[in-house]
Design a protein. Structure first.
Length: 204
């Protein structure tokens, strides 16, 4: 199972989270987020892959951040169109693109169809007031309606008490999970003990 921890920005915290052996670490470059990375941290992960999270950003801004932060993947969490992704991938052909979708009901799965064959991964998050980081889960059973060919990450309010739920969730296209606000001491600062304990439970 692939594990992504998102909303990072503190250098010491980045080091500690990376030491847990996670696969991906997310950095949010949307100024309206509580976890916005306004300045480049002194330390960036060397083992975990760096994911830049953008919301309806212009492509040139993404390219600048790819260069400045040495990003290994791009996550799009806004209303980016299929045409937008084609333009982005033409500029950055070697970087995987994760397209996030906000989900509440099985009807919301329909929006993924236009992105098949364009995004490398999908991320299914909870539909809420905020773009992300709402700290609430959606009903994962609605993902039974997803019959696409694009692998996805499960996101949205996954917390320290959800290890058994994660282990009992099965979908052939689910390749990992995305962890964020429910593991925080404060926005952008993760609780290492909670993360360590949770990860140990789901990879045992």
């Amino acid at each position: 199972m692939m594990i992504k921890v998102c909303g990072m920005r503190d250098s010491d915290n980045i080091r500690s989270v990376e030491a847990l052996g996670i696969d991906y670490m997310g950095f949010i470059f949307w100024p309206h987020s509580k976890r916005y990375v306004a300045e480049r941290p002194d330390y960036l992960p060397r083992q975990a892959k760096r994911v830049g999270v953008f919301v309806d950003s212009d492509v040139e801004n993404i390219i600048r951040h790819v260069d400045d932060y040495g990003l290994n993947a791009i996550q799009l969490h806004g209303h980016e169109s299929p045409d937008y992704i084609m333009t982005l991938k033409a500029k950055l052909p070697d970087l995987p693109v994760i397209k996030a979708f906000n989900i509440a009901t099985s009807d919301d799965i329909e929006q993924t169809r236009g992105y098949e064959g364009l995004a490398d991964y999908f991320l299914f998050d909870t539909k809420g007031k905020a773009v992300g980081g709402n700290g609430e889960k959606f009903d994962w059973s609605v993902l039974a309606a997803y019959h696409g060919n694009t692998p996805f990450l499960l996101s949205g309010g996954i917390g320290p008490d959800d290890a058994s739920s994660i282990l009992s969730f099965h979908h052939e296209m689910c390749i990992g999970i995305d962890l964020n606000s429910r593991f925080e001491l404060s926005p952008g600062l993760k609780d290492i003990h909670k993360l360590k304990s949770f990860i140990a439970k789901i990879i045992m």
